[in-house]
Design a protein around this ligand. Structure first.
Ligand code: BES
Ligand code: MN
Ligand code: ZN
Length: 491
């Protein structure tokens, strides 16, 4: 009856990225970066082509030039105003280049040279991320796979190039893993399948991986995870990942990721449209697993613990009823008035466990509310935090990675909305407004005194169109952000 098809998950092969001091002979396409204020310096033929086609050198614009039939085709790639070129522009320009030459299997890019030597490492990361992530294709179930890039040569001079390219390439593979997990249908990425994948990925990355089954989950009193799992034929799992850096460290950060492998809403059932994309409801958990798979290559100097509660939210015969009460890991009782507010229930237990281990900080990441996207749109995730230092670290990482977040408050004025007539807490607020904040306030009850930040992905976990480095479907949002924030944490 149960299907566990682990083999189908996470097989997307990303392009092989290499460092090169000049354009390799094997390249079939190469870019020529052009700034908006440098069109005049193009040779007459290219200039004419640019005029005819409306190519102005803006970021995102590309123009393949006619060739004499020999050598790689050349593509003009806009990088915007010369004085203002930044890593975000290079990331987008590289993505545009990769898209423009989608049919070519081997490309070479000169974009790294557009930033000063001091910014070399950031430029390499941006170009590799842009070109490779825009080339991601989810082909697991395609009889005829969508073709994509096989090789990217990053052309640049200087030392340490190779290591930088390898590091960026590892991060790109991690984002692809997160996208694969989120794109995988809820019927095949069961909690067991996710846990099996975590074991496989964790072992390969040198992490310690512990998986709790339903009996252990009961013994450990993860009441929220059990309550949500009641309506499902798929048993719940709880995954713990542990990363120890090469050098000794005193610092320890906990990552908690929502792992709802499918969210039907439970008996507070979603609409057909509302649940159509809910296979991505484990994207927070996927981001935690994927980020932790590259902490070694990213040379993260601090110890990191990952916690991923896994279940689907279904409507089986013993599904929790609105009005049911459960006892969470930390002893608090919760009245469940809306079973579709399930993410906070499984995160409650995971946050309690993380807090018990007394890390320096806890960061959770979750597709927690539609409300986050009502406030910020689909490109931004919401950040809430009890600690300004942790929030500032995440905001800095957001700027560096261009994974957009915006901080929202945790208003004490709204806390009474969570008071229940029959239990310590209820799981929803009083009305339609401020849902992301109320959800944040609910989670806060379980993080204890540990400095804590909460990232509500809302709908940023997916996109309905190809845009810059994103490809229709799962975005892998949060992987680069988490890796970056941890890489900058002082050991
Ligand atoms: N997984 C959803 C939130 C969600 C919805 C994320 C759409 C991305 C896109 C979550 O479990 C949920 O259903 N939240 C409810 C909470 C409400 C019942 C208080 C929501 O946001 O509507
Ligand atoms: Mn829900
Ligand atoms: Zn959900």
């Amino acid at each position: 009856m149960r299907r566990v098809r682990v083999g189908a998950i996470g097989l997307t092969a990303m392009p092989v990225v290499t460092a090169a001091s000049s354009v390799p002979r094997s390249a079939t396409a190469v870019d020529r970066p052009v700034a908006t204020d440098e069109l005049d310096s193009l040779d007459p033929e290219a200039r004419r082509a640019a005029e005819l086609q409306g190519f102005e050198g803006k970021v995102g614009q590309t123009l393949p030039l006619p060739t004499g039939g020999k050598g790689p085709i050349e593509v003009l790639v806009g990088i915007g105003s010369r004085a203002e070129v930044g890593t975000d522009d290079l990331r987008k320009a590289a993505a545009a280049f990769a898209r423009a030459v989608g049919k070519h299997n081997s490309i070479a890019t000169n974009l790294v040279g557009e930033l000063p030597d001091d910014d070399r490492a950031d430029a390499i990361a941006a170009v590799v991320e842009g070109a490779a992530l825009a080339s991601y294709r989810y082909n697991t179930y395609k009889s005829k796979p969508n073709g994509s890039l096989e090789r990217i040569a990053v052309v640049a001079k200087g030392r340490g190039m190779k290591a930088e390219v390898q590091r960026a390439s590892a991060v790109v593979d991690a984002v692809a893993l997160a996208r694969d997990l989120s794109n995988e249908p809820g019927g095949s990425l069961t909690p067991e399948a996710f846990a099996a994948k975590a074991k496989e990925v964790g072992a390969a990355a040198g992490l310690k991986v512990t998986v709790w089954d339903e009996r252990k989950i009961a013994r450990e009193k993860l009441g929220g995870l059990q309550a949500v799992n009641q309506g499902s034929v798929n048993p719940a799992r709880f995954v713990r990942l542990q990363y120890t850096p090469a050098k000794r460290t005193r610092s320890r950060v906990a990552l908690v990721g929502k792992g709802i492998t499918f969210d039907s809403g439970g008996l507070s059932l979603k609409t057909a449209n509302g649940m159509a994309t809910m296979k991505v409801d484990m994207s927070g958990g996927g981001a935690v697993l994927a980020a932790m798979s590259v902490l070694g290559p990213a040379e993260v100097p601090v110890a990191v613990d990952g916690y991923i509660p896994l279940t689907d939210n279904m409507t089986g015969g013993d599904a929790q009823r609105p009005g049911d009460v459960f006892t969470a890991r930390n002893g608090k009782t919760v009245e469940v008035l809306n079973t579709d507010a399930e993410g906070r229930l499984v995160l409650a237990d995971a946050l309690s466990l993380a807090a018990e281990d007394q890390p320096d900080a806890i960061i959770d990441i979750a597709t927690l509310t539609g409300s986050a996207s009502a406030a910020l749109g689909t490109a931004y995730a919401a950040l809430m935090a009890t600690d300004d230092d942790v929030a500032a670290r995440i905001e800095a990482a957001s700027v560096r990675t261009d994974e957009k977040i915006w901080r929202l408050p945790l208003p004490p004025e709204y806390r009474p909305q969570l008071d229940s007539a029959v239990a310590d807490l209820k799981n929803i607020g009083a009305g339609p407004y401020g849902g992301a904040l109320v959800a944040g306030l609910f989670l806060k009850e379980f993080a204890g005194d540990t400095p804590w930040a909460h990232i509500d992905l809302g709908m940023s976990a997916m996109t309905d169109a190809d845009r810059d480095i994103l490809v229709k479907g799962a975005t892998g949002f949060g992987v680069r952000l988490l890796v970056d924030v941890l890489a900058h944490w002082d050991g």
